[in-house]
Ligand binder design. Structure first.
Ligand SMILES: Cc1ncc(COP(=O)(O)O)c(C=O)c1O
Length: 370
C-alpha cells in the first residue's frame, strides 16, 4: 500500500503535550459561567487575532453556531438563509433551534453563497443569514451586510474554515454580528474538538456566557434557556499553543497553495481556486473543479489520485437540500450547488506537506488529466 498524503492533518507537538500536562496537574479542568484560566487566555488571544472585542470558546464549531442562533433569538417559526453547499452543521443548527433553514445557491467561481440569491429568499419570517467562508475564502460580506441592514437581519458568519482569512482588509468575521469558528482536528488550528464565537456586540457578549452554561445567571437558577457548551481547560491550553503556531501554519498553507496553483495552470480541465481582489484565502482546502465532469468521472480521478498516494477528497458530495432529513424544508433546485457537488475535489496543502510533496501532487494530477 502507498503512503497517503492526507488532505488534512493536525500538527501537534511537545508544546501541546506540556501545556496539557500543566492543566492536568493544576486540577482546574473547566470553568462555569466564567471560563477557566487557559480558556480565558485562549479567548482573549483568538479575539485579538481576528480583531474582535469578545471571544467565547465553546466545545465545537457546531455548538458555536447553535449558541449564536440562540443568542440572536432565533426560534420556532423563524427562517434562516443558508447556502446549501456547505458542511451539514451550517443548516443542522437552524433545525436544532427549531427554525427553518432556507437554502440558497452559490457562485460558481468562489463556491460561496450568492448575495443576489439571498435577497430573493427573504420572507417576513427571515431572522438571520449564515454566510459560510467555504474552503477558507470569505463570503462576499459587504452586499450581505447591506441586505441584512436593510431588512433588520442578523449575520452569523460560519467562519469554521477561515482562520487567517481576510476580506476588504479585515479578518474574516468582521462584517458579521457573530462569527463562529471551529477547532476540529482538521482545521487550520485545532484543539481536538472546539469552537469560538467572536463578536463586537456588547449585547451578545452579555448573554453568550450564560447560554453556554445552562442559562444560569445565578448558580443553579436558570433565567434563560441554555446548554452545556463550555470548552474544557485542556482544550484551551492546546488552543493557546496552536494559536501561537497559527501564523506559521498559515504561511506554509499559502506557500503550498500558491505553488500548487502555479503548477496546475497547465491542467486546462481544472477550475482552480483563487483569491479575488480584496480577499485573503486561508487555504483550509485547495479545491478544484473538474470542468464538465460527471460524478463518475470526478470520482474516478479522485480514486486514481488516492491510489497514487494523494489524499484527494470530496467536500461536499451532496448539497444539504438533497439530504434525506433536510428534504422536509422544501423542494429546491439549486443548479450551481448541485453541479459543484458533482465536480469538485480537494488536494492536500496543509502545513505538513513539503514542497516536494506539492510537486508530487501536481505531477500526479497533471499525469492523470494531461
Ligand atoms: C463550514 C463548517 N461549519 C461548521 C463546522 C462545524 O464545526 P465542528 O466540527 O467543530 O462542530 C465545520 C467543521 O467541521 C465546518 O467546516
Amino acid at each position: 500500500m502507498v503512503d497517503m498524503i492526507p488532505v488534512n492533518l493536525p500538527l501537534v507537538g511537545d508544546e501541546e503535550i506540556k501545556a496539557v500536562a500543566e492543566v492536568l496537574k493544576s486540577r482546574v479542568l473547566t470553568g462555569r459561567v466564567q471560563s477557566g484560566p487557559w480558556v480565558k487566555k485562549f479567548e482573549e488571544g483568538f479575539a485579538e487575532f481576528v480583531e474582535a472585542k469578545y471571544g467565547f470558546a465553546v466545545c465545537s464549531g457546531t455548538a458555536a453556531l447553535h449558541l449564536a442562533l440562540m443568542a440572536a433569538g432565533v426560534e420556532a417559526g423563524d427562517e434562516v438563509v443558508v447556502p446549501s453547499f456547505s458542511f451539514i452543521a451550517t443548516a443542522e443548527v437552524v433545525a436544532l433551534a427549531g427554525a427553518r433553514p432556507v437554502f440558497v445557491d452559490i457562485n460558481s467561481e468562489t463556491f460561496n453563497v450568492d448575495p443576489e440569491k439571498i435577497e430573493k429568499a427573504l420572507t417576513k419570517r427571515t431572522k438571520a443569514i449564515i454566510p459560510v467562508d467555504l474552503y477558507g475564502l470569505p463570503a462576499d460580506l459587504k452586499p450581505i451586510r447591506e441586505i441584512a441592514d436593510k431588512h433588520g437581519l442578523v449575520i452569523i458568519e460560519d467562519a469554521a474554515q477561515a482562520h487567517g482569512a481576510a476580506y476588504m482588509g479585515k479578518p474574516a468575521g468582521s462584517f458579521a454580528d457573530l462569527a463562529c469558528w471551529s477547532f476540529y482536528a482538521s482545521k487550520n488550528m485545532t484543539t481536538g474538538e472546539g469552537g469560538m464565537i467572536t463578536t463586537n456586540s456588547e449585547e451578545y457578549a452579555s448573554k453568550i456566557p450564560y447560554i453556554r452554561a445552562h442559562g444560569e445567571r445565578e448558580e443553579y437558577f436558570s433565567s434563560m434557556l441554555g446548554h452545556n457548551y463550555r470548552m474544557p481547560e485542556v482544550e484551551g491550553a492546546i488552543g493557546c499553543v496552536q494559536l501561537g503556531k497559527l501564523p506559521r501554519f498559515l504561511a506554509v498553507r499559502r506557500r503550498n497553495a500558491l505553488r500548487l496553483g502555479e503548477r496546475l495552470r497547465v491542467a486546462e480541465r481544472l477550475q482552480l481556486p483563487f483569491e479575488p481582489k480584496g480577499y485573503v484565502h486561508s487555504w483550509y482546502l485547495f479545491t478544484v473543479r473538474l470542468k464538465d465532469a460527471s460524478v463518475d468521472e470526478r470520482d474516478g480521478v479522485v480514486e486514481k489520485l488516492r491510489q497514487k498516494g494523494v489524499g484527494a477528497t470530496v467536500y461536499y458530495r451532496t448539497p444539504i437540500h438533497l439530504m434525506p432529513y433536510y428534504k422536509r424544508f422544501g423542494v429546491y433546485h439549486l443548479p450551481v450547488a448541485e453541479v459543484a457537488s458533482r465536480q469538485v475535489f480537494s488536494l492536500p496543502v496543509h502545513p505538513g506537506v513539503s514542497l516536494e510533496q506539492v510537486d508530487f501532487i501536481a505531477d500526479a494530477v497533471i499525469e492523470l488529466l494531461g
